[in-house]
Design a protein around this ligand. Structure first.
Ligand SMILES: Nc1ncnc2c1ncn2[C@@H]1O[C@H](COP(=O)(O)OP(=O)(O)OP(=O)(O)O)[C@@H](O)[C@H]1O
Ligand SMILES: [Mg+2]
Length: 281
């Protein structure tokens, strides 16, 4: 068990009805303040694991712990969990249901029984954080996909969770939308929110995350993102691509252009900055 974990799966397993076991013996701790990328191929169990972690599914074996205590899946236990941990699902259409963006975002805080002024403040704050204040009165079904993604995330942010869990939040966003979302996540991180994100994008994981959690047929491996994503055997087992930045850093090191311990560039912009710095003015 991990003392610093806000929320933690201990020896967790799950099988859907009439299906084989999807996950078994999963140990996964989310320490306060770490940004974690969850990686694994299609069908490896990322979504299932995030649903176990946020209490939407109940562990068939093992336990879910919130600040060191087993979560009881009764109403009080789940409310306590949901005020700390919020999941934004893969498809925004599975999350949004109210007529307008403002109504949708206010639903969670209202359900907590907060005073109207407090609910309004939280909605304002969440819409502002996601840069969608102008969409407050718009019907959710008329929004673009990227706007619906943002509205769904705003609904979770309005709950002011300590841990925000996002299932493939950048899938379907254009490059500009991805950058804006990363900026939003940076702001949330700066204000103390811990973020866990499932993604297929290894370059994004390398750039954004502190730690990686990689699902393979042999189980879950966790550790610093740069370490795990440099492990070719692990990438092979998880059927993940090598991050572009890892390949560039490898070539630069081989040619003696980058020190063995120096961090390599993780984005095209960082590569340009590095090149400008080594070639001098
Ligand atoms: N509601 C369900 N009923 C039965 N089986 C399911 C259900 N949801 C998922 N599964 C199965 O569980 C396994 C894990 O699915 P999961 O959605 O967790 O994977 P994933 O890693 O999120 O995949 P993806 O990258 O495609 O989102 C898959 O084999 C899937 O077919
Ligand atoms: Mg999934």
């Amino acid at each position: 068990m991990n003392r610093d974990a806000v929320v933690e799966l201990v020896g967790a397993g799950y099988a859907y009805e009439e299906g084989p076991a999807v996950l078994s013996g999963i140990d996964f701790a989310v320490p306060e303040g770490r940004s974690i990328a969850l990686l694994g191929r299609n069908g490896s169990g990322k979504t299932t694991m995030l649903r176990l972690l946020s209490g939407g599914l109940r562990c068939a074996s093992g336990r879910l712990r919130l600040r060191g205590e087993d979560v009881s899946y009764d109403r009080a236990g789940l409310t306590r969990l949901r005020t700390t941990v919020q999941l934004v699902v893969q498809d925004p259409d599975d999350q949004l249901f109210a007529a307008s963006v403002g109504q949708d975002v206010s639903f969670g805080p209202m359900n907590l029984g907060l005073a109207e002024a407090e609910v309004r403040e939280r909605v304002r704050e969440a819409l502002e954080a996601l840069d969608i204040t102008a969409l407050e009165d718009r019907p959710t079904h008329l929004l673009s996909y990227g706007q619906r993604k943002r509205a769904a995330i705003a609904g979770a942010v309005a709950m002011r969770p300590r841990v925000l869990i996002l299932d493939e939040p950048t899938a379907g966003l254009d490059p500009h939308g991805q950058e804006r979302l990363l900026a939003v996540l940076d702001r949330l991180r700066a204000s103390g929110t811990t973020v866990v994100m499932a993604t297929h994008d290894v370059d994004l994981a390398l750039r954004w995350a502190d730690d990686a959690a990689v699902l393979t047929p042999d189980g879950l491996r966790t550790g610093p993102v740069a370490e795990l994503l440099a492990d070719r055997a692990l990438l092979g087992a998880a059927r993940l691509r090598r991050p572009w930045g890892m390949a560039v850093a490898g070539v630069l090191r081989e040619r003696g252009l980058l020190g063995a311990d120096a961090p390599g560039p993780r984005t095209p912009e960082e590569l340009e900055e590095w090149a400008a710095a080594v070639s001098g003015p």
